[in-house]
Write a protein that binds this ligand. Structure first.
Ligand code: PLP
Length: 302
């Protein structure tokens, strides 16, 4: 909605330092360690058809990530919910990508002690973000398995959502240069782990396989596991060697940026028959159907 008498919130809205601003004006101070040291955590929840999807799961993960990195957003989850909803409402969005962040902030000048920093909370809502465009969703993604290794879990805990993305970004650049749509990184043993903004699943003999460890426990991954249970599809949580992904009957990614996204080529070779498979399509359908389920959807009071 464009307001003639006030700020233009039509492209999205951010909450920063106690006020709502148009997304184009959103900023963190240059000296915030969130920027200088990637010292921050965040979470992303989506809004579909005027309702948050699995908001509680995202808030719980955000609180866990904050605790893990010794960050304090200084807000209750009820206050966070109000701010997120207000960002969405001011922007007039019915479907949105909504991010909450906590940065380290800045210790007093001269101090290098992170305990002295005043942590900062930020939030913003923008139109829904798809990791794959419509054509890619239709035909399936071409994924390149990168030789860039994901930062080890012993160095940065991948279960706490973080901005240590240099490995993901360098891998993505390599994959795009090689003609792929996106990238999957591996661990030191050559198992695929995750990519920039998504988890990965292979389908073999009717069962789902997804990495057990060394990944963010995506809320969409969790939704896929719950859908599999509801649909009677067996699941194996274990290491997924890159060669097993290449030899899979079907493959897909899971992400808040589009749900279940078919993968139909890996490193230039077709997965299965090279078209989105039946199990994947069933999960895509169920994923969107669950957005209308009151167990997971929380309507926004516009
Ligand atoms: N893995 C990484 C590294 C991510 O950044 C994300 C989401 O941004 C995911 C997995 C998928 O998580 P979710 O399903 O909660 O969006």
């Amino acid at each position: 909605m464009v307001r003639m008498d006030g700020p233009d919130f039509s492209k999205g809205v951010a909450w920063q330092r106690g006020e709502y601003v148009p997304i184009a004006q959103a900023s963190v101070p240059l000296t915030d360690w969130g920027f200088l040291r990637s010292d921050a955590t965040y979470d992303v929840v989506t809004v579909w058809d005027g309702a948050f999807f699995r908001l509680d799961a995202h808030l719980e993960r955000f609180e866990r990530s904050c605790r893990r990195f010794r960050l304090d957003p200084g807000k209750t989850m009820a206050e966070v919910t109000d701010i997120l909803a207000q960002c969405v409402k001011l922007a007039g969005l019915r479907s949105a990508y909504v991010e909450m962040l906590c940065t380290r902030g800045q210790p007093p000048w001269g101090s290098r002690d992170p305990r002295q920093a005043v942590n900062q909370f930020y939030a913003f809502a923008v139109p829904y973000v798809w990791i794959a465009n419509e054509a890619q969703r239709e035909r399936g993604l071409h994924v390149i398995v990168s030789d860039v290794q994901r930062i080890p879990a012993a160095s940065v805990d991948p279960t706490a959502k973080n901005y240590h993305w240099n490995d993901l970004t360098m891998g993505l650049l390599g994959a795009l240069d090689a003609g792929g749509d996106t990238v999957l990184l591996t661990d030191a043993a050559g198992n695929v782990v995750e990519g920039p903004g998504f988890n990965v699943f292979a389908v073999r003999g009717g069962a789902l396989v997804t990495p057990k460890e060394g990944v963010l426990e995506g809320v969409t991954r969790r939704t896929v596991l719950e859908m599999a249970q509801a649909l009677g599809i067996p699941v194996e949580l274990r290491a997924l060697p890159a060669d097993e992904l290449r030899a899979a009957d079907e493959a897909f990614l899971s992400t808040s940026g589009g749900g279940v996204l078919p993968v139909t080529r890996v490193d230039g070779q077709p997965v299965g028959n090279g078209a989105p498979g039946a199990v994947t399509r069933r999960l895509v359908e169920t994923y969107w159907a669950w957005h209308r389920d009151p167990r997971y959807s929380r309507p926004i009071d516009y």
